[in-house]
Ligand binder design. Structure first.
Ligand code: NAD
Length: 352
């Protein structure tokens, strides 16, 4: 098949492309604007594979998208391109509205035109898979409830509101125009090649530099952590086996308070890379003022994808976080090039 992936230079998109290139024979076209979050160095393992191609395109550029569809003739579209960082959405929501809402609308319209032009067989095989977040559901009180596919939307940040809007548009393009779509809403991901502004890589890299490990509020926010390679496998299952028009929640059954996550990382680092003064990295934990509107708890009920499609995560939090810390320790070069900006300067043709 020809699979067109948007946002393939990002954290989850690059994990998905590495998984597809290594485990299938599909032709993959990666379309990405290469914002600060897009890093082609996350794809070095697969970039010379003949089944992989990259095009630098903004998903808001309808003409470029249409041309790309007509040349590549995708059987499946997996849409991951987005602005994804909650703090950045609070500081400046406009790019979130453009990319997440207008960009998704632009892709949907281009997909609808393209899909309508296909012959009957190709038309029936075509899928538009929209990759979304559990943050559209808002947060949960107490420790018992879980987000199901029927939980009402109640987003709390400009990021989650823009993702909620895009989910609504995708459902409407199915209901109104019959475009064959599937939607997935996933919990927090972690793993290799995660951009160092996000909690887990930030903590690992700050600890290694002997810097403070900042934690919002009291660190009691609960997230349901999923190893990114488990997410990539779930996405492939849903796009190939999921029922048209359906939504699937994806989660790791790994609910942890942020403070527990940070302490776990500190303990693994104490073991693998002890500080020269023999103090635990925990000593570097610093509590900072909480984020406005910060959601307290997210937790996914992933029974639908398990029962209908037979997907369950392979990694526990213990195994996944250890692999992640080891990956960062072995790939400090990738991290430093992100931190000093050289991953971007070189592709803009500026020598570093
Ligand atoms: P990311 O920020 O790491 O990557 C986003 C990618 O999209 C980048 O490569 C960026 O260059 C590209 N992009 C941004 N704007 C674009 C535009 N206008 N045109 C083309 N490309 C553009 O994000 P991620 O963490 O990999 O998340 C991928 C998707 O999964 C997002 O839709 C996000 O909402 C969703 N999601 C993420 C998580 C998580 O924990 N990271 C959890 C659930 C769902």
């Amino acid at each position: 098949m020809h699979i067109l992936i948007t946002g393939g230079a990002g954290f989850i998109g690059s994990a998905l492309i590495r998984y597809l290139i290594k485990n299938t024979d599909h032709q993959i076209l990666n379309i990405d604007k290469l914002t600060y979050a897009g890093n082609l160095e996350s794809l070095v393992e697969v970039e010379s594979n003949p089944n992989y191609t990259f095009q630098k395109i903004d998903i808001c550029d309808a003409a470029a998208i249409e041309q790309s569809f007509s040349e590549f003739q995708p059987d499946l579209i997996m849409h991951l391109a987005a602005e994804s960082h909650v703090d950045r959405s609070i500081d400046g929501p406009s790019e979130f509205i453009n990319t997440n809402i207008v960009g998704t609308y632009t892709l949907l319209e281009a997909s609808r035109k393209y899909w309508q032009s296909l012959d009957q067989h190709k038309k029936s095989q075509f899928r538009f898979h929209h990759i979304s977040t559990d943050e559209v559901y808002g947060d949960l009180e107490g420790t018992i409830d879980l987000f199901t596919e029927l939980t009402p939307y109640a987003p709390s940040s400009p990021y989650s509101a823009s993702k909620a809007s895009s989910d609504h548009l995708v459902r409407v393009w199915y209901r109104t125009y019959g475009l064959p779509i599937v939607i997935t809403n996933c919990s927090n991901n972690y793993g290799p090649y995660h951009f160092p502004e996000k909690l887990i890589p930030l903590v690992i890299l700050n600890a290694l530099d002997g810097k403070a490990l900042p934690i919002y509020g009291k660190g009691n926010q609960i997230r349901d952590w999923l190893y990114v390679e488990d997410h990539a496998k779930a996405l492939y299952k849903v796009v190939t086996e999921g029922a048209i028009g359906e939504t699937y929640n994806i989660g790791g059954h790994n609910e942890m308070q942020n403070i527990e996550v940070v302490k776990t990382i500190c303990h693994i680092l104490d073991e693998l890379k002890p500080q020269s003064n023999n103090q635990s990295y925990e000593e570097l934990i610093t509590f900072v003022e909480d984020r406005p509107g910060h959601d307290l708890r997210y937790a996914i009920d992933a029974s639908k994808i398990k029962n209908d499609l037979g997907w369950t995560p392979v990694e526990s939090f213990e195994s996944g976080i250890r692999k992640t810390v080891e990956w960062y320790l072995n790939n400090l070069d990738w991290c430093r090039r992100v931190q000093d900006g050289s991953y971007q300067r070189e592709r803009l043709g500026v020598k570093t």
